[in-house]
Design a protein around this ligand. Structure first.
Ligand code: TA6
Length: 285
């Protein structure tokens, strides 16, 4: 397999460098984190902060963080890590295959004493990553417990844009949403595309596709197993407060996330499983 090279961002912090005829990419075993993806002939599609920190326990800023098994603050215990336990620990690489049109990676995470202290369930989580002219990320949660297991979270994709001020997000015009900027406010469908002139942090009640229109480029985001689409840009003030993001970095991305909001958690029965997936592609007419 000469399309996949194993390197390290720091001692013990393994990165898979993908150089395939269809795309280039970087994927960290920490968080099973797709950091970068660039289809051949296109500009990078994912944004990854140049100030990301590569240390165990700290999520990479950018790419597709796995927010799992809860979204943002823990539903009942704010002392637990925001966005759950998956993005801030090493996953196992189960398989790495190169095919003519794509590279397919398979990662796994199981419960241990540390995870059970934060989330009292036995589980097996698997992430399948298919990298080619499109990117598909599939997170499957298997419940190994004898109790129903509530699963929420997000595939928290940072999409690279030329300038956030010239971006619009289409596909959510008919979706009511929860605005979480400065509190929580339930809002009716806006009837129009989303433009960005300040911080945006919204949970849209929406199961369909979304399109990010960035100048002449359109990025199409499809999803499965996700009742919520989260759209986020921190804007200048919040960006300045993030040490792992350049102050101007907010202009270079928009997050469009295949999410399961905590109040819409999937209840996975004992022995059952849940599949959360997103597919991203450059929309060529
Ligand atoms: O997805 C939006 C969001 O929940 C925002 O509220 C903001 O917290 C963002 O995720 C990033 O969270 P992080 O913990 O990665 O800084």
């Amino acid at each position: 397999m000469d399309a996949i090279r194993r390197t390290e961002a720091a001692p013990g912090y393994e990165i898979l460098e993908i150089d395939h005829p269809r795309c280039r990419a970087r994927v960290a075993l920490h968080g099973a984190h797709v950091m970068e993806w660039q289809p051949t002939g296109e500009n990078p599609v994912l944004y990854c902060s140049p100030q990301s920190v590569f240390q165990p326990g700290k999520a990479i800023r950018g790419g597709i963080p796995l927010c799992w098994p809860w979204f943002n603050a823990h539903p009942s215990d704010p002392s637990k890590p925001s966005h759950g336990i998956a993005r801030n620990r090493f996953w196992r690489l189960l398989d790495a295959q190169e095919a003519p049109d794509e590279v397919v990676l398979l990662f796994a995470l199981e419960d241990d004493d540390a995870t059970r202290a934060l989330w009292p369930f036995a589980f097996h989580a698997e992430l399948e990553v298919r990298l080619g002219t499109q990117l598909e990320v599939i997170l499957t949660s298997h419940n190994r417990s004898d109790q129903p297991m509530p699963v929420s979270g997000a595939l928290h994709s940072y999409l690279a844009v030329a300038d956030i001020g010239k971006v619009r997000v289409e596909g959510l015009e008919a979706a009511p949403f929860t605005d979480t900027v400065g509190g929580r406010r339930e809002c009716p469908a806006s009837g129009e595309a989303i433009h960005f002139t300040g911080e945006v942090d919204r949970i849209y009640h929406h199961r369909g596709e979304t399109v990010v229109v960035d100048g002449g480029r359109r990025l199409r985001i499809a999803k499965e197993g996700s009742p919520s689409t989260v759209v986020w840009n921190p804007w200048a003030e919040k960006a300045a407060a993030l040490a792992d993001l350049p102050d101007s970095g907010y202009r270079d991305f928009v997050c469009v996330e295949a999410a399961i909001a905590n109040d819409h958690a999937a209840l996975v029965p004992p022995g059952g499983s849940h599949r959360l997936a997103t597919r991203i592609e450059v929309d060529r007419p």
